[in-house]
Design a protein around this ligand. Structure first.
Ligand code: ARG
Length: 591
């Protein structure tokens, strides 16, 4: 095929595969029609990256199709492969056992992938809106307790998932289900009434509230009356009247929200809705009526519960205490109904640590027992702990030893200061080093958090996560900066894809194939609520373009070659920037 020929494929709205794949798929569907397989065969044509890239660019596992054709898979695969003859796009189709491996023509592949990236077509740019509606309940700290490192994980994971689903065309509702109600809040209120200091509160709400929290826990052990006092305050708060409790609730809530804003904006996190537990205050009665009407509410020692033994859950779900007050569960139930009514979500993701597994199993169980369809949308997305190294070198739960609060802004400050030090050493002439350090330091923490499967514990190892080499945020950001620097050095605009001889990029096949995997990576990350798939994708792409550039120079190459490589470099920079963006990380131009 002469290079430079336009290969035109229709871009379907919301499509997440590249057009090479759709071309191949069409060829396969035609072949399958020829073989006269039943209609459901079309749904079984799934193209995946092969396990071993030496065998091909994409692969089809023929198990299901072979079953439909009532043939042994290897025989069927061979027959189907035979029917796919080479064309302008497809170079070869080879059956290996039950799989068929396909190879695309290099020039066609370069043209399609780089055109799509340069024009920001999906999957590299945002997909067109589809009918998926995803509620993501994330961060959701208890404002009357210290913001702990677990909330940082929820914040970072939830932020990435919001961005990933949006990229794929879903309507996303990012929700902060703030813990601003219930007994924890009542205890804080009581503590403030006894030991609070307005000046200290205004100076640093988070720290003062943490002091109050500790003081209350200590005093309450000596004087249990304090607990009763807190319970009474909560009752007064829930009475709905405009009273001392209500005004204090408002004041403490406002102050702590203001304090969270700092770390949130440093992390680039925003919410579509800040509807905390208090928001459901006037919605719980209706929710309870609905549970009752469904005939699943039981009395147990004066309290109201739903038993869930039939779902294999031994602990009943407590929805109303003997004194008539409501609980965390009651508010989550009201929230599920509210979200269903307001947003009609296809999925509701709760990004909350593994320790709340029972809570969400109970919530889903109650909804299932009530035969509420929203039960199917409810998905707990759990994650592991954050571990830090003890002075003896053992990994243990973050700050468990001192029992101290972990203030998120302090952690971010520490990362930034360390990166600032590295810059001073490595690149003393860098423009605006403080801004770059802020950027790279905060990102390093985010990247470290999103690197491994979420269920794994995260090791908070300063040296490892801040290194400019290895699988780190700074490494991928540095790759972006290096690409930007090449684009600056050639000192000319990036040529349009129409003018490129794509045959000159035949030796960039590993970079191009990695680029093609982007669609699969993002889709899998969304399906499995696993941003680490995107994180690892950015590491892989950064690695491939680094190795390509190790023996292919751009500046100084003959003009047609230079132009083709420029388009490649620009595409890699764009795609890395997009990939990091999905994680909530910005790519600096220089570092
Ligand atoms: N505030 C809770 C906590 O800190 C997390 C809330 C999670 N979201 C929810 N809908 N329950 O443990």
């Amino acid at each position: 095929m002469p290079s430079g020929d336009a290969i035109l494929f229709a871009q379907l709205p919301g499509q997440t595969v590249t057009d090479l794949n759709s071309h191949l798929r069409e060829r396969l569907l035609a072949a399958i029609a020829d073989l006269q397989l039943p209609a459901e065969a079309a749904g079984m044509v799934r193209l995946d990256p092969p396990r071993n890239r030496d065998h091909g660019d994409v692969a089809l596992g023929a198990f299901q199709l072979a079953k439909l054709a009532k043939q042994p898979p290897p025989k069927f695969a061979a027959e189907l492969a035979e029917k796919i003859e080479a064309d302008d796009v497809i170079e070869s189709a080879v059956a290996t056992g039950p799989f068929i491996n396909f190879k695309f023509r290099r020039a066609a592949m370069a043209q399609q992938v780089l055109t799509a990236i340069q024009t920001e077509a999906a999957p590299y740019g945002n997909a067109a809106a589809n009918d998926q509606v995803v509620c993501i309940d994330f961060s959701s700290p208890n404002i009357a307790k210290p913001f702990h490192i677990g909330h940082m994980r929820s914040t970072v994971l939830g932020n990435a998932l919001c961005r990933i689903h949006r990229h794929l065309g879903a309507t996303v509702h990012g929700i902060n289900h703030l813990g601003d109600w219930g007994m924890p809040f009542a205890k804080m209120m009581t503590a403030y009434m006894h030991f609070g200091d307005e000046a200290k509160l205004h100076e640093s709400a988070m720290r003062h509230m943490f002091e109050l929290y500790k003081q209350f826990e200590g005093e309450a052990q000596k004087n249990p009356d304090l607990l009763q006092e807190a319970a009474d305050h909560f009752k007064n708060l829930e009475s709905g009247e405009d009273n001392v409790e209500r005004r204090m609730w408002q004041m403490l809530r406002d102050e702590s929200l203001k304090a969270f804003q700092g770390p949130y904006s440093r992390l680039g996190v925003t919410f579509d809705h800040i509807t905390g537990e208090s928001f459901f205050e006037d919605k719980m009665d209706d929710a309870m009526k609905r549970v009752e009407a469904a005939g699943v509410l039981e009395e147990s020692e004066g309290a109201q519960v739903v038993t869930l033994k039939e779902f294999g859950i031994k602990v009943p779900c407590l929805l109303r205490k003997r004194d008539g007050t409501t609980l965390y569960h009651t508010r989550d139930l009201a929230a599920a109904f509210y979200r269903e009514r307001e947003f009609s979500p296809t999925r509701i993701l709760y990004i909350v640590g593994s320790e709340q597994k029972l809570h969400f199993a109970q919530l889903k169980g109650v909804l299932e027992k009530m035969k509420e369809p929203v039960a199917n949308a409810v998905e707990h997305v759990p994650f592991g702990l954050v571990l830090s190294k003890s002075p003896e070198g053992k990994w243990e739960k973050f700050a468990s030893r001192s029992g101290n609060a972990v203030f998120l802004d302090e952690i971010l400050d520490q990362a930034v200061a360390k990166v600032r030090g590295v810059i001073a050493e490595k690149n003393p002439d860098l423009e605006d080093p403080d801004a770059v350090a802020e950027h790279v330091g905060v990102s390093a923490i985010v990247f470290n958090d999103l690197k491994n499967g979420r269920i794994k514990d995260v090791k908070f190892d300063w040296d490892a996560m801040l290194a400019f080499e290895g699988e780190t945020g700074p490494y991928v950001q540095y790759a972006c900066a290096r690409l930007s620097s090449i684009l600056r050095k050639v000192d000319m605009p990036v040529p349009g894809v129409e003018s490129i001889d794509f045959a000159l990029l035949a030796d960039a096949e590993r970079v191009l194939l990695t680029m093609m995997d982007f669609a699969t990576a993002v889709q899998r990350a969304a399906d499995q609520s696993e941003p680490s798939i995107v994180t690892n994708y950015t590491i892989a792409l950064a690695g491939e373009i680094h190795s390509y550039l190790a023996d292919h120079y751009v500046v100084g190459a003959e003009s047609a070659v230079r132009d083709a490589r420029l388009v490649l470099v620009d595409a890699a920079r764009r795609l890395l920037t997009t990939g990091l963006g999905l994680l909530g990380i910005k790519a600096p131009e220089r570092m």
